[in-house]
Design a protein around this ligand. Structure first.
Ligand code: NAD
Length: 484
């Protein structure tokens, strides 16, 4: 089933940090794929901006190399590459200084969508917003796209929101959480609200618990210095896992409209009970046979930063009272996997013999690898062996179901940037959501900092520290296996 492609309006997209890792690895390859898919109109233009002096030709060469390095160009689509690169220009601009702004103002066309992507460190978000405004470059229709991290705590997030609000309305600010751009995450909403089947069961009466796992096999690598000041709670839970929890737990919005969806997510965050100390496990990976320990990679022998965190979260509202959400995320784990598992309760009464087997349904929403969903349902074991029950998956791997090899399922960044041009904020975080998430996160971090808690060490290539398994065992539950 080929996906329908509707071209977006003509645009000028300025990528500040256009020579950086994110721009080269994700944003420009993503735009190139949208170009190949026919979604970028002929009048679309991309302007890379960064500090270094560079000609258009040099910048196009840099981006051409990035398209190859990050798998967007494969040698067979050279004509597309050449045409795409013709749409790209470069302007040297210092985000903190005065140079380059006049050239940018001159380069932008009238009567096309103007979007400014802040693919730079967070310290530059405010100065960029200010200079776009001061130089008369941004108007009331312009959009700005802000990368993570959005603040380090509640105070800094509030400050950043206040700075941006001096120059832009909330409807112009697109805060990226790339998890929201994943096909499966949107499908979670389609499945929940587009079927009569799930929603009546989507509550504490029928759901035993929910597990959200985001596991990585890599360590902190070259990001050690940044990560050591952040840790898994700030880097992953406050944003990505929180967004997944919200979409799973929220009430049905009145319509699929940016503010209606974001209002419902916000209500969930505000209903989160503070996490008790005993419902939280922090971990840090030790050295493996051929991999360094976290402390070595972060170059901080006495680091108490967590590279793993697991927690049990209660949502204080009618729908979820008594149904916990268990979250875990970590680095150097056994598998690279992101999934939401909704574990239903067992039927209230079994008509089968005790040895027929257990029969609780489980819905798994996989974000990676192989985006898709599967639902474990109970059937009779085939054959003449009597009434024995087995669980089989109703598998909806998107690449299989949609009849493709998965390559035409847009990457999260592709979708999100096209949404910016379309002016659709549904999949972006609103300022109050981000602040509410920090308001919930801060006391948890302050708690372990004031107690001087140290993370539990765990071996690389495992499911995290033993204590994380106990977090569920003590409730008579278990994490789904982390299968590589
Ligand atoms: P990077 O260090 O690779 O690139 C930074 C870019 O900013 C470069 O192009 C640099 O020239 C430019 N820059 C620096 N100072 C400047 C100035 N004064 N004026 C103009 N340009 C300046 O960083 P990155 O990894 O591309 O990350 C960019 C942003 O995206 C950061 O906020 C980061 O947290 C976020 N982010 C990155 C990733 C990723 O995978 N790289 C993922 C999620 C979020």
């Amino acid at each position: 089933m080929a996906s329908r492609v509707i071209p977006v309006d003509p645009f000028d997209l300025v990528i500040f940090g256009g020579t950086g890792d994110l721009a080269r690895r994700k944003i420009l390859p993503g735009l190139f794929r949208r170009y190949c898919a026919g979604q970028m109109p002929a009048e679309a233009r991309i302007i890379g901006a960064a500090r270094s002096d560079m000609s258009n030709t040099e910048y196009r060469r840099l981006i051409g190399e990035a398209l190859e390095e990050f798998g967007a160009a494969d040698g067979k689509n050279q004509k597309d590459v050449t045409e795409f690169l013709q749409r790209i220009e470069y302007i040297a601009i210092d985000a903190m200084g005065k140079s380059g702004w006049k050239a940018l103002a001159k380069a932008l066309r009238k009567n096309v969508v103007h979007a400014f992507n802040f693919s730079v460190g967070p310290a530059l978000f405010g100065p960029l917003a200010e200079r776009l405004h001061e130089n008369g470059i941004a108007d009331t229709q312009s959009r700005i796209v802000v990368e993570k991290p959005f603040g380090h705590d509640l105070a800094s997030a509030k400050e950043l929101n206040a700075t941006l609000a001096q120059y832009f309305d909330e409807r112009q600010i697109y805060r990226i959480d790339h998890y929201l751009g994943k096909e499966t995450v949107q499908n979670l909403m389609a499945v929940r609200f587009g079927n009569i089947l799930f929603e009546p069961l989507w509550n504490a009466q029928y759901i035993d618990h929910v597990q959200i796992t985001v596991a990585e096999t890599v360590g902190v690598g070259g990001r050690g210095e940044y990560y050591d000041k952040s840790g898994a709670m700030r880097d992953m839970v406050q944003n990505h896992l929180m967004q997944l929890l919200c979409l799973t737990a929220m009430e049905p919005p009145a319509k699929f409209d940016p503010n209606a969806v974001r209002d419902e997510k916000l209500k969930v965050i505000r209903a989160l009970r503070p996490v008790a100390n005993g419902d939280l496990v922090r971990g840090q990976y030790s050295a493996g046979s051929d991999t360094p320990s976290y402390a070595e990679e972060a170059e901080n022998p006495s680091s108490t930063t967590e590279s793993f965190i697991a927690m049990k979260i209660d949502i204080e509202n009618w729908r979820w009272n008594g149904t916990p959400f268990y979250l875990r995320t970590g680095k150097r784990m056994r598998a690279r996997l992101s999934e939401i598992v909704v574990r239903f309760k067992e039927p209230p009464h079994s008509i089968f013999d005790e040895d027929a087997g257990s029969n609780a349904n489980e819905l798994t929403i996989r974000l990676q690898p192989n985006e898709g969903m599967d639902m474990m349902v109970t059937i009779k074991e085939p054959g003449p062996g009597g009434m024995r029950l087995v669980q089989v998956p109703l598998d909806m791997t998107f690449a299989d179901v949609l009849g493709s090899d998965g390559s035409d399922v847009p990457d999260a960044y592709e979708r999100l940037i096209m949404d910016v041009i379309r002016g659709n904020q549904t999949l972006f975080m609103r300022g109050d959501e981000v602040e509410a998430a920090w308001a919930w996160t801060d006391p948890i971090i302050e708690g372990w900092e004031s107690r001087g808690d140290k993370p539990n060490l765990y071996e690389p290539g495992t499911a995290g520290p033993e204590e994380a398994l106990m977090l569920m065992h003590k409730d008579g539950r278990r994490w789904r296996d982390l299968k590589p």
